[in-house]
Design a protein around this ligand. Structure first.
Ligand code: DAH
Length: 331
């Protein structure tokens, strides 16, 4: 009985026809469904033979339908690929050329700058252990500075890293001094307003060498040169600040790129814009990774903030809206 159906399947030419035929066989009123329904009426001694026969038919028909489906799908894909072939040699008068997203573009510039100074580029996981994100960075559980970093926790007690600083720890544990590294990447905080998004990007930097070899002067020189490279002709000033992982710590300002330091709405009339944090690596951080007789500096910055100041973008959130009218301006 199923040879007939098998022949039919064989002659099918389209996926649509095949689906119709499947319904004719397996549907509510399909051939096999009705055959199975007849079981009730079959005398008991014939039931076993009858069922065996039907099950065999079911298996061979299912297989035949599947095989045919695969063949037809491959055919369809083949046809589609042939019809969509593009001629890359064809002349186009007005090509639409894409461009890197301003955040990526800024990130690339930062990375290239430090690569040219022989910094290595290091990477770490986005879902971090408390140890790397906080503990080893001199942020023990009771530390009030943990409040500065509104954290996303996972059910199994891990954190979405709140900064790229944990890569410092991973790199120091995996390598030996001297170290000269940056760690670019995304970070996460429970924050959402004009100047904050729950995901943003940072670049972390770390330099470690022997005892007495790294001073604040080294840090200052590298930061000033870097900021002039990124923002052009700006003044740079260091303000004493606090970070748990550095001592002494500093926040670094540039003269306002909007008003050239005269004072405007963006810089709240101060003439200065804060752009990064840095400092001399705290002894507790070195102790956490088992380093002795070393010295070093570290810094961290927000890439979106750099991109906004460089391209004079007003609202941080617009960087994440994929609006082609905004992105098209950065070719
Ligand atoms: N981790 C800091 C933050 O997310 C940024 C930072 C500041 C990193 C100072 C550093 C540093 O390495 O020395 O706000």
């Amino acid at each position: 009985m199923n040879t007939n159906w098998l022949e039919k399947i064989d002659t099918i030419k389209s996926l649509e026809e095949l689906e119709n035929l499947r319904i004719d066989i397996f549907g509510k009123k399909g051939y096999l469904t009705l055959e199975f329904a007849k079981m009730k009426e079959v005398p008991n001694e014939e039931k076993k033979e009858f069922a065996k026969h039907l099950n065999e038919a079911k298996i061979s028909l299912t297989e035949a339908l599947e095989n045919k489906k695969t063949i037809l799908m491959v055919d369809a894909l083949d046809k589609q690929l042939k019809s969509e072939k593009i001629d890359v040699t064809k002349f186009v008068a007005n090509p639409q050329i894409g461009a890197a997203h301003p955040v990526q573009f800024t990130m690339d510039r930062i990375i290239t700058y430090f690569q040219n100074l022989n910094f290595s580029v290091e990477d770490g996981p986005l879902v971090e252990d408390d140890f790397y994100n906080f503990e080893a960075l001199n942020l023990p559980a009771y530390h009030p500075a943990r409040d500065m970093q509104d954290t996303f926790y996972t059910k199994d007690g891990k954190v979405l890293r709140t900064h790229t600083s944990p890569v410092q720890i991973r790199t120091m544990l995996a390598q030996k001094p001297p170290i000269r590294m940056i760690a670019p990447g995304s970070v996460f905080r429970k924050d959402f307003d004009l100047t904050h998004t729950p995901m943003f990007h940072q670049v972390e930097g770390l330099v470690v060498a022997g005892e007495g070899e790294i001073s604040f002067a080294n840090l200052k020189y590298v930061m000033v040169e870097f900021l002039k490279h990124m923002f052009g002709d700006v003044e740079v000033r260091f303000r004493p600040s606090f970070f748990p992982f550095t001592e002494p710590s500093s926040e670094v300002d540039i003269s306002c790129v909007f008003c050239k330091g005269k004072g405007c709405r963006v810089c709240s009339g101060t003439g200065w814009l804060e752009v990064l944090g840095c400092g001399i690596v705290d002894i507790n951080v070195f102790e956490a990774v088992g380093y002795k007789n070393v010295s070093g500096y570290a810094f961290g910055l927000g890439v979106e903030r750099f991109a906004m100041l460089i391209h004079k973008i007003g609202d941080l959130r617009s960087l994440f809206e994929s609006d082609i009218r905004l992105l098209g301006q950065f070719k």
